[in-house]
Design a binder for this molecule. Structure first.
Ligand SMILES: Nc1ncnc2c1ncn2[C@@H]1O[C@H](COP(=O)(O)OP(=O)(O)OP(=O)(O)O)[C@@H](O)[C@H]1O
Length: 230
């Protein structure tokens, strides 16, 4: 049996542009195993974000299919896609997407509100996630009171609070200085090693690339190289 957690089968993605179409991804075939720490690398416009969005069921392939733990993402209704995202996939973006009027605690708690979970258990899970990123002591602050590095750590806590199988990280260090970028990558590597979360990054930051165990290079919507470090 195929043990891939992400199985991308002959995926093509076209976007309508005026009267014509633009092909952002062409016949992509990739298998990612549970526990991988892998990145999509390539110049701006090569299709990295488009592919992450398809894997995260935020968008659908034009052709081909994507299986997450053996289940076809694209064949699902919007409601089922939302459920799949909610239960199995966490997202980290380059802009941290925190809700400014809520506290750090409430921002991390947010994904759990969609699940049937009591208040005390929610509190335990939120504080555990904040401890993972070293921010338990600032749970009551608002996003405007913390630094960019801390905001990205809050976003990481939010992405892992549901204990997802997969975290998709789109340029997670793009807005950070070197010190904070390394700190973020150390945290993500530890989450990968200790919790077994599968990571798929998109990046052109060498600081991210240095940490990756497998580097998939994209160019003009095609995979041009796929290397695993020994
Ligand atoms: N909704 C859309 N409609 C039309 N074209 C799109 C759409 N989304 C993406 N594209 C095009 O698809 C190509 C791939 O974009 P994508 O954002 O995936 O690249 P990327 O490798 O993530 O780039 P970057 O590093 O700049 O984020 C680009 O040429 C982009 O303009």
């Amino acid at each position: 049996m195929d043990k891939s957690i992400i199985d991308i089968q002959d995926v093509t993605k076209r976007f309508p542009v005026g009267d014509t179409e633009f092909t952002a991804l062409r016949n992509i075939n990739l298998k990612i195993e549970k526990g991988e720490f892998t990145g999509l690398i390539g110049p701006s416009g090569s299709g990295k974000t488009t592919l992450l969005n398809l894997v995260g069921a935020l968008d659908e392939p034009s052709d081909g299919k994507i299986l997450i733990s053996g289940k076809n993402v694209a064949a699902k209704s919007d409601e089922e896609s939302a459920l799949l995202r909610n239960e199995h996939i966490g997202f980290i973006f380059q802009s941290y997407n925190l809700l400014p009027v809520y506290t750090i605690f409430e921002n991390v708690e947010f994904p759990l509100l969609l699940q049937k979970m009591g208040k005390e258990e929610r509190k335990k899970e939120v504080m555990q996630a904040l401890e993972w990123v070293g921010l338990a002591d600032i749970a009551n602050k608002k996003p405007s009171q913390i630094s960019g590095g801390q905001a990205q750590r809050v976003a990481i806590a939010r992405s892992i609070v549901k204990k997802p199988d997969i975290v998709l990280a789109d340029e997670p260090t793009a807005n950070l200085d070197s010190e904070n970028a390394y700190k973020i990558m150390d945290i993500l590597k530890k989450l990968n090693e200790d919790l077994g979360i599968t990571f798929l990054f998109s990046s052109h930051d060498s600081k991210v690339i240095d940490y990756l165990k497998r580097i998939i290079s994209l160019e003009d919507g095609k995979v041009i190289k796929d290397e695993t470090k020994r």
